[in-house]
Ligand binder design. Structure first.
Ligand code: PMP
Length: 360
């Protein structure tokens, strides 16, 4: 009874959980290093932990459906108004809400080849037409994406930096793109990894909202803020856009623990700075090793790096047997590549050790 457009959806394949690998290969869970889902290797921000402990006492109550405290904290931190905000159960929820609000059968949405896998899923789930545009050097070809916009197009998705390729569209190029996109098309700018960017490469995307009523900026607490398991993200957009999305949103889509922890994380500047520092050192540790071993990789602006190998399936199996979980990219149509998330120095060293053993 499901419509054809639902049957056409290819399932999202998440990173293998530690417990599953332990069972499959008879490994001790503590010995496994998971570098598969671009999580924060430092764990919870200390201020989020404190906030969580305080919030446990209120769990018999429903969450605040309007998330007043968290919206206030986000608005204050980023110079936004509360009526510009939509909170999501992870930013995946925000992306899906945008699709459910602005797409329908008979409309289309544009995204790039090798872009984040949730875009085609969200588009197909509402029966709209996905338009995939060929990538340029693994990144978004903004000119081609502009040219791909049709009269029935309602959304263009841009991941910046992109996952899984780690590529970046520079602020100047993005601004030109926004200036050229028709106002009838919502540009969903997914900035899940923006905290890892050096200041000069980060777009003034929240500032741009004043100029572009058809811009939506999506952010997450899952990466640099270390709250992936709690599922919390948000969108900032024109109040009219936010208001429509909030009509579609489930009233309690962000639970109380997630709201409390996100407030704590936003206040924890020290943790955020440490996350960025650990990531940039780990990125160097891993890319130095890839270079030494002669493995080509896509220079990355995120907390992960994609590298090319001959037989990614065999190498992935080798990693798994040795208790290291990385991400195969066959479902992204990159069957000869693997993506590794940046971990703690000792986790990165384990990854490098296994790679050296197999290549040596
Ligand atoms: N956008 C991009 C580009 C991502 O890589 C991810 C996480 N893999 C997300 C959005 C969604 O993250 P979350 O739902 O945890 O906020």
């Amino acid at each position: 009874i499901a419509p054809d457009y639902i049957r056409a959806i290819a399932p999202y394949i998440p990173g293998k959980p530690v417990s599953e690998l332990a069972r499959e290969f008879g490994l001790a869970e503590e010995s496994i290093v998971k570098l598969a889902s671009n999580e924060n290797p430092l764990g919870l921000p200390p201020k989020a932990r404190t906030a969580l402990e305080a919030a446990v006492g209120e769990l018999a109550r429903y969450p605040d459906g309007n998330a007043f405290d968290l919206k206030s904290a986000i608005a204050a931190k980023f110079g936004l108004a509360q009526n510009q905000l939509v909170l999501g159960n992870g930013s995946n929820d925000v992306l899906e809400l945008a699709a459910r609000t602005f797409l329908a059968p008979g409309t289309s949405a544009v995204f790039s080849e090798y872009a984040f896998a949730v875009y085609p899923l969200a588009v197909q789930a509402v029966g709209a037409t996905p338009i995939e545009v060929k990538a340029r050097d693994y990144g978004h070809d903004l000119d081609a994406m502009l040219a791909a916009i049709r009269p029935d197009t309602r959304i263009v998705f841009i991941a910046n930096p992109n996952n899984p390729t780690g590529t970046l569209a520079k602020p100047g190029a993005l601004l030109e793109f926004l200036e050229a996109v028709p106002e009838s098309v919502l540009v969903v700018l997914d900035e899940a990894y923006t905290e890892f960017l050096p200041r000069e490469l980060a777009s003034d995307s929240f500032g741009w909202l004043k100029r572009f009523p058809n811009l939506l900026v999506s952010r997450t607490f899952s990466k640099a803020y270390g709250l992936a398991g709690l599922r919390v993200g948000f969108a900032a957009a024109h109040p009219d856009v936010a208001e429509l999305m909030n009509r579609v949103r489930q009233p309690f889509n962000v639970n109380s623990l997630a709201q409390a922890a996100a407030c704590g994380a936003l206040a924890d500047d020290e943790f955020l700075a440490e996350s960025v520092r650990v990531n940039s050192e780990g990125m160097k540790q891993i890319t130095d090793a890839l270079e030494r071993l002669g493995l080509p990789y896509i220079p990355s602006y995120g907390n992960f790096v994609t590298f090319h190998v001959g037989d990614a399936k065999a190498l992935n199996l080798h990693f798994l047997k040795n208790g290291v979980i990385v991400r195969p990219l066959a479902s992204y149509n990159m069957p000869n590549s693997l993506r590794v998330s940046i971990g703690l120095p000792e986790e990165n060293a384990r990854f490098i050790e296994v790679l050296e053993a197999v290549l040596g």
